[in-house]
Design a protein around this ligand. Sequence first.
Ligand SMILES: *[C@@H]1O[C@H](CO)[C@@H](O)[C@H](O)[C@H]1NC(C)=O
Ligand SMILES: *[C@@H]1O[C@H](CO)[C@@H](O)[C@H](O)[C@H]1NC(C)=O
Ligand SMILES: *[C@@H]1O[C@H](CO)[C@@H](O)[C@H](O)[C@H]1NC(C)=O
Ligand SMILES: *[C@@H]1O[C@H](CO)[C@@H](O)[C@H](O)[C@H]1NC(C)=O
Ligand SMILES: *[C@@H]1O[C@H](CO)[C@@H](O)[C@H](O)[C@H]1NC(C)=O
Ligand SMILES: *[C@@H]1O[C@H](CO)[C@@H](O)[C@H](O)[C@H]1NC(C)=O
Ligand SMILES: *[C@@H]1O[C@H](CO)[C@@H](O)[C@H](O)[C@H]1NC(C)=O
Length: 473
Amino acid sequence: MAALLFLLLLSISAVHADEGPYIGVNIGTALSAMPSATQVVALLKSQNIHHVRLYDADASLLVALANTGIRVVVSVPNEQLLAIGSSNATAAAWVARNVAAHFPTVNISAIAVGSEVLTSMPNAAPLLLPAMRFLQSALVASNLDKFVKVSTPHSSSIILDSFPPSQAFFNRSLDPILSPLLRFLQSTSSPLFLNVYPYYDYMQSNGVIPLDYALFRPLPPNKEAVDANTLLHYTNVFDAVVDAAYFAMEYLNVTHVPVVVLESGWPHKGDPSTEPDATTDNADTYNSNLIRHVINSTGTPKHPGIAVPTYIYELYDEDQRPGALSEKSWGLFDSTGLPAYTLHLSGSGLLLANDTTNQTFCVAREGADPKLLQAALDWACGPGKVDCSVLMQGQACSEPDDVESHASYAFNAYYHGMGMGSGTCYFSGVAAFTTTDPSHDTCLFAGRYFNFFSSVIIEHSIIMPYCCINCST
Ligand SMILES: *[C@@H]1O[C@H](CO)[C@@H](O)[C@H](O)[C@H]1NC(C)=O
Ligand SMILES: *[C@@H]1O[C@H](CO)[C@@H](O)[C@H](O)[C@H]1NC(C)=O
Ligand SMILES: *[C@@H]1O[C@H](CO)[C@@H](O)[C@H](O)[C@H]1NC(C)=O
Ligand SMILES: *[C@@H]1O[C@H](CO)[C@@H](O)[C@H](O)[C@H]1NC(C)=O
Ligand SMILES: *[C@@H]1O[C@H](CO)[C@@H](O)[C@H](O)[C@H]1NC(C)=O
Ligand SMILES: *[C@@H]1O[C@H](CO)[C@@H](O)[C@H](O)[C@H]1NC(C)=O
Ligand SMILES: *[C@@H]1O[C@H](CO)[C@@H](O)[C@H](O)[C@H]1NC(C)=O
């Protein structure tokens, strides 16, 4: 048994032996002011983004990506699936024009065939595997199959009963298509592409999934989800979904296909009445925590230490996407390249969306319960080791003498003292980020002049434990 597990881990990691864990970014182009290909590539370079996924194989973007070292997943749009799935010659022409013509100056790593075809275009599902096979044989014929993998991204909604993960299985009516498709992936050493959206899982769960569990925030031990069959502990939705995919594949006897998450993210804006959790803070928290989780090679409870490469959805806000406000607000940047928010990545050794403003403060959340604020203030000035002497009567920050102002001072001092690390501006939900300097009179908030902390490496950030809240009430 142990030997078998070892072999399995070995073979799963071997597929990505050429690279460690990595974060990529999806580049959607439904923008009214789409930046030019050179502007896109300049942004990618300035942000140290080394992996991207395109939704097509746009020639001007591919030309701009040449000789950059950036690895590229190109896509066959759903509209082209019919033609490619029904003609070997069309597939060969697609590969010649969109892959062979650019390789190796453009480091194309995979072809994503269609997008969520089994759920968004079920009628075309029978053509999916033929299209993949035709594209694969064209790659073989051009001697590119060793460099370029063929796969297809699935919605995680094809996995049913995904908790506990050990009991997850693929929608059985898809088995006739999925079973041979997974065998194809296994025989070509290609990954399973999965789109994982804890935001939607959370939204659709009617309160069953706690927001903290979706956002990778620390959960009190009694709220951690335990898989009763495996006794594995799940601390976030992302891991649970990825493991559900591993178990669902195992159920079909496929054990050697690694999961690559081709899309994941969180919208930073939404309709306040119907999408209240599409906020800058939540998007920042989700993406920052996701990046740290992936880069740290934590793996999942089922396959600890096995990296799950993940592509963030997405580079730009796409203002031309139809639908709710949140649909247009998944971007890390606006069309001019300004960050939608500053990711909090201190400690992950990664530079993405550098703090260009130097002005992020952590303050008491508007309307937060004063009792919870007091408990968090007591924690910050006590176990949190913030020097709160300026809050004493007669000192610079004693006025206004209310719990909200005092908590704001202490939260911000803690947040900057901890190097603005992810999870250090939380305080059980009563803290919030702001870019407005809260300093007043002679009461100066940390971060006012510069933040030399943002490059500090934090090994272990101390997160305020949940007990403080319970202790005081
Ligand atoms: C981000 O900031 C770090 C440290 O301040 C600096 O070394 C790096 O060059 C910056 N990266 C970008 C992309 O501006
Ligand atoms: C593509 O990227 C991989 C991983 O970084 C690297 O090993 C390989 O040499 C690159 N190929 C080309 C043609 O640049
Ligand atoms: C499809 O084309 C490839 C070359 O691109 C060839 O090797 C393969 O045999 C063809 N397959 C079929 C089913 O025609
Ligand atoms: C399973 O897939 C079938 C065929 O696509 C679909 O009609 C059905 O709604 C799916 N079942 C669930 C529970 O999602
Ligand atoms: C998986 O393997 C088991 C044991 O060899 C077999 O009984 C079962 O039918 C297989 N299932 C599938 C879907 O191939
Ligand atoms: C990173 O991984 C180590 C173990 O490899 C773990 O102890 C640590 O908590 C992880 N950090 C994060 C931020 O996940
Ligand atoms: C941010 O802080 C750095 C370091 O003190 C400083 O050099 C830079 O000019 C500041 N940037 C802005 C936009 O204030």
